[in-house]
Design a protein around this ligand. Structure first.
Ligand code: DGY
Length: 322
């Protein structure tokens, strides 16, 4: 008998086809997000549950009775939406999809950086509204990017990919904070300097880009005190997780022009976006597009397939989190 597998959202067709060939698969053709009750039922009735960042799996969603589920194959690298300890207690393996979305996420981070610095969102809104009065030396002046200092918080795969883009593409000096020591060939080639505290990075950087995991450990890592450390001319870029930033404190700082701007691809309560951030001109806001390319989404899906295939074959599961 093939394992029973349930997919919580609509996935790229090519991946859904492979899943349907290998497993007894239930798809979500309507792409309507599952409720907590549906997620609980999925854990009770399927051998594998394949969620995404849009599903919340806190401890309460895990049923009291022993679930049928033996593996949660997350479609995404970040897994702070899953209580992995609750999964572990019930003997459920959790996997993610590292590596395949590194470049595309760094591309979106760089695109936010350029866009907020050079005011392209504002410019486009003005032009589309028919309010552009023509070229003029003082029109919509932004901040130069080339040669500035970028501060990376979280020097993992995506942090390094962002640092590469900034350094080799834009001649930027790279400084970074990472909880553990990072001293490898790649960071040395970038001339990247690891600083001992987040505060040091915030004080020195012209652009701060967040690439650390979400969840309890980093919740509100960028709070009012830390925002106050940033230069008035500096920009904050977040493609990591919304809860890493205290969004109210960020809106305060942006409204007071205590920092120059923010480019955000992620929000604490997605898909809700704080009204105060939407009202501001010095923000560029995207609907969590980091990994949203055809190639990457297919690769993410295939990684999930590989993980659950290895699991049910009794082999080594490549991307096991717990
Ligand atoms: C990730 O992979 O973590 C992306 O943010 C989408 O979930």
């Amino acid at each position: 008998m093939k394992p029973r597998v349930i997919v919580t959202r609509k996935w790229p067709a090519a991946v859904e086809q492979v899943l349907a060939e290998r497993f007894d698969t239930t798809l979500n053709a309507g792409d309507i997000p599952f409720t907590a009750t549906q997620l609980k039922a999925a854990l009770l009735n399927f051998d594998a549950v394949l969620p995404t960042v849009s599903d919340r799996l806190p401890a309460e969603v895990f049923p009291e009775e022993q679930p049928r589920t033996r593996i949660i194959g997350n479609f995404g690298v970040g897994f702070s939406h899953i209580d992995v300890e609750a999964a572990k207690r019930r003997g459920i393996v959790v996997t993610n999809t590292p590596g395949v979305l590194t470049d595309c996420t760094a591309d979106i981070a760089m695109s936010l950086l350029l866009s907020v610095a050079r005011r392209t969102g504002e410019g486009e809104r003005q032009l589309r509204a028919g309010e552009w009065k023509g070229w003029c030396p003082t029109h919509m002046i932004g901040a130069k990017v080339t040669g500035k200092t970028i501060g990376i918080i979280g020097m993992g795969r995506i942090g390094k990919a962002m640092a590469r883009r900034a350094h080799f593409g834009f001649g930027m000096k790279v400084i970074f904070f990472n909880r553990s020591r990072v001293d490898d060939e790649e960071t040395r080639a970038l001339g990247a300097v690891q600083l001992l505290s987040i505060e040091d990075v915030l004080e020195q950087a012209d652009f701060v880009s967040l690439h650390c995991p979400g969840g309890a450990e980093n919740r509100s890592l960028i709070n009012a005190d830390r925002l106050a450390r940033m230069k008035k001319s500096a920009f904050l870029i977040n493609t990591a997780r919304g809860d890493v930033v205290d969004e109210n404190a960020l809106a305060d700082a942006l409204e007071r022009h205590a920092i120059a701007g923010a480019g955000l691809d992620v929000f604490a309560q997605e898909p809700q976006v704080p009204e105060r951030l939407i009202r501001l001109e010095n923000t560029v806001l995207l609907p969590h597009l980091g990994s949203a390319t055809e190639e990457t989404r297919v690769a993410m899906g295939m990684k999930v397939v590989d993980n659950i295939t290895a699991f049910f074959a009794g082999g080594t599961v490549p991307d096991r989190v717990v």
